[in-house]
Design a protein around this ligand. Structure first.
Ligand code: SF4
Ligand code: MG
Length: 336
């Protein structure tokens, strides 16, 4: 089977002054070799926390992984000694964040940063690493690459910095790249260039990508499969076509309705989902979307919906999909 990563029943709590925040509540998914999985949802839905948990990058002071497994090549990353994780990070699993400066040292020339990374992970000589660094900058479209090695990060534009970071992340041919909102801070043209770059490099290296975003345009552009997160859970998961053309969870429908269509007048007002996500420090037992859902039934307030596979690879956690929901309670016209 061509599965490279499996996340099983992941739970993450944060201990805060306001109590225990259940940021990730039973997340399950798999990532296949060479595919791009998008994790989409509003901010605070647990997307970044999930990614950081996989990489063991959660803050030690207040974050706790209370249960779960992250199987990577038959090993559970959550059980691994930190030293081994550090070897895997950057060489087998790379991560790119929204702000490229989190990955760059502002006081070190770009060239030196790339060269040191290459020497560390690939056992290259200084000379070989320098040649490779120049090629990398060329590959990601940095003009005058040779001269730009001697620039400091602040002498690059934001888009150039992010291209360098992605190139650095992919330079060691990682098996998995986790990109958390990699283009959110960039303007639309640069965003498109970065996404093209990621697809290009993926085609060359066969890297599996997890892309985290709140932008459905990015999802449509990049993803093979999509996981929709809400309140720390995956509420719907399926192929990109299923999610866009056959969405079944009311939250997914709401997200899609709030997205401008390509052919539509950009000035047309979007329909945002009314209300706001639940407080994860005091989350109740029912469906977390119930207070905002246009289809809420009585049962939704009391019992959590169970995940149902409605089509091969397309699963939904919603009482509307559950044949135990009393018929007379089912609203009509969903998705119509
Ligand atoms: Fe809406 Fe109920 Fe489905 Fe939750 S379980 S999304 S409240 S219909
Ligand atoms: Mg985030």
């Amino acid at each position: 089977n061509d599965e490279i990563l499996e996340v099983k029943n992941l739970h993450v709590n944060f201990h805060t002054q306001n109590g225990v925040v259940k940021a990730v509540r039973g997340v399950d998914f798999t990532l296949n070799k060479g595919e791009t999985l998008a994790i989409v949802g509003e901010s605070g839905s647990g997307k970044s926390v999930t990614a950081k948990a996989i990489m063991r990058l959660l803050p030690k002071q207040n974050a706790r992984i209370t249960s779960g497994k992250v199987n990577y090549e038959k090993n559970d990353l959550l059980e691994m000694p930190l030293k081994k994780i550090q070897q895997i990070r950057g060489s087998q699993i790379s991560m790119v964040f929204q702000d490229p400066m989190t990955a760059l040292n502002p006081t070190m020339k770009i060239g030196r940063q790339i060269i040191e990374g290459l020497k560390k992970h690939q056992n290259l000589s200084s000379k070989e690493a320098k040649i490779k660094a120049i090629n990398m900058l060329k590959l990601v479209g940095i003009p005058n690459a040779e001269d730009r090695l001697d620039s400091y990060p602040h002498q690059y534009s934001g888009g150039m910095r992010q291209r360098v970071v992605i190139a650095m992340a992919l330079a060691c041919n990682p098996k998995i790249l986790i990109a958390d909102e990699p283009t959110t801070a960039l303007d639309v043209t640069i965003q498109a260039q970065i996404l093209e770059l990621m697809k290009d490099l993926q085609a060359k290296t066969g890297t599996s990508i997890i892309i985290i975003t709140h932008d459905l345009g990015v999802v449509a552009n990049m993803a093979d499969r999509v996981a929709v997160m809400y309140a720390g859970e995956i509420v719907e998961m399926g192929s990109v076509d299923e999610i866009f053309y056959n969405p079944q969870h009311p939250y997914t429908l709401g997200l899609l309705q709030s997205m401008p269509k390509l052919h539509e007048n950009r000035n047309k007002p979007l329909i945002p989902i009314p209300g706001s996500p639940p407080d994860l420090a005091s989350i109740g037992t029912g469906c977390p979307f119930a207070p905002r859902c246009p289809y809420t039934m009585k049962v939704c307030h009391y019992f959590p919906p169970v995940k149902k596979e409605i089509l091969d690879g397309h699963s939904v956690s919603c009482w509307l999909q559950d044949n135990r929901t009393p018929k007379e309670l089912q609203p009509i016209g969903i998705g119509g």
